[in-house]
Design a protein around this ligand. Structure first.
Ligand code: FAQ
Length: 347
């Protein structure tokens, strides 16, 4: 009989083997850590992907686990504001579209957790870090969704901002993350479009509907800009992440792209721009814009946004209620393994 502790040790053994590979490579190629690091950086500089079994500096692995798991958590926690509106969608068609969109976000979270696990960390460790508040998720999901207009604003602006970032991440240096991003971006484009269509319908509807669209835009515009993170000068991880090509463009450059792409979309809807300081700068070929409320940003990422506690409580509850699924899966896995061992012993 194989007990779960045996399976657990099996995973531990895999981890140890991975660590040994590092040592083996050092002996195999007779290379020091510094030489391996130089080879690693050359690979990055020549646009080769780093794959799970390749040698990588420990700080690269840790930084990737941090960013990728936070990205996965964002997708999963991000299901909550829109999930809350599935039963309130104004038509059957809208309900099916929203349901499918929210399911896609769940799928993105799962690809990203799986990709993170290739770096030698267990899913359960990632989930504990989320639930204990040790790991962050995108600040935007701590703002409440209050109206149907918010479903439009989230799809258009939140998925829109996510795409601007994720298009650049398709070229990230870690192979499993880059490949995951290609599929995720295709799905996010549909999400962004469905959000904009909701906004177009509201904006050309009754005065009350147009007002609803304006109100959603006003509440979600600035938090969407915050999705790109602090200014480059304040960004703790950017320098290393850019050198390692985990990030391909800086927080401020990506935010600027989003500001520039969103301005004509707001104008097309006939809505007022929430940034009263926004002006086109002919010389720079981009917009100059007003300053983000960074106090609000830091309050939200440090756990004090409107919905932080509610989002985590909801996740903990859903996770506990799903325990039987995980137990059933692990029993089944053990049963299959035991059958295989029995068959091999009998042969
Ligand atoms: N929210 O040094 P940096 C989506 C943290 S997917 C919360 O600049 P970095 C789809 C940062 O983690 C949206 N925390 O950090 C969807 C770090 O804290 P740490 C998610 C933030 O990593 C749509 C600290 O501040 N997308 O929306 C935020 O180099 C609709 C210092 O910052 C991704 O995760 C923030 N906005 O750059 C789903 C993309 N900004 O870890 C459902 C991948 C910064 O030291 C519905 N991630 N922090 O404790 C990235 O590109 C990067 O991680 C950044 C931040 C750009 C988010």
């Amino acid at each position: 009989m194989i007990h779960s502790v045996d399976l657990y040790s099996k995973n531990r053994i895999i981890k140890v083997v991975n660590i040994l590979t590092t040592g083996e490579e050092m002996t195999k190629y007779n290379k020091s850590e510094a030489e391996l690091e130089a080879i690693f950086q050359q690979k990055i500089d020549s646009e080769q992907k780093i794959e799970p079994k390749d040698w990588m500096p420990e700080a690269y692995r840790k930084n990737l686990i941090r960013q990728m798991s936070q990205h996965a958590h964002s997708e999963i926690i991000g299901m909550q504001p829109e999930g809350n509106f599935i039963t309130r969608a104004p038509s059957l068609r809208r309900k099916t579209v929203l349901l499918s969109k929210v399911q896609d976000e769940g799928g993105h979270g799962l690809y990203l957790y799986s990709a993170t696990e290739t770096l030698g960390i267990e899913r359960s460790e990632l989930i504990s870090a989320l639930q204990s508040g040790q790991a962050k998720y995108a600040s935007i999901f701590n703002y409440p969704a209050q109206t149907w207009g918010d479903m439009g604003a989230i799809g258009w602006l939140v998925d829109g901002a996510a795409i601007v970032n994720q298009v650049s991440l398709q070229r990230t240096s870690y192979g499993p993350y880059a490949r995951g991003m290609i599929r995720i971006c295709k799905e996010e484009s549909f999400h962004q479009r469905q959000g904009y269509v909701i906004m177009m319908e509201l904006a050309k509807g009754t005065p009350a509907q147009k007002q609803m669209a304006q109100d959603s835009l006003n509440r979600f515009y600035w938090p969407s800009l915050m999705m790109f993170g602090p200014h480059d000068s304040e960004s703790a991880h950017s320098a290393k992440s850019m050198k390692w090509k985990i990030k391909r463009e800086t927080n401020d450059d990506l935010r600027q792209k989003f500001i520039d792409q969103t301005a004509p979309q707001i104008a097309y809807l006939g809505l007022e721009h929430p940034d009263k300081d926004l002006v086109w700068n002919e010389e720079k070929g981009q917009h100059d814009s007003g300053e983000i409320d960074w106090e609000e940003f830091y309050a939200v990422i440090n756990g004090n946004g409107h919905s932080n506690r509610q989002r985590i409580q909801h996740h903990v509850k859903a996770h506990e209620e799903g325990a039987w699924v995980r137990d059933a899966m692990s029993e089944y896995k053990q049963k299959k393994l035991q059958r295989k061992i029995n068959a091999e012993t009998a042969a």
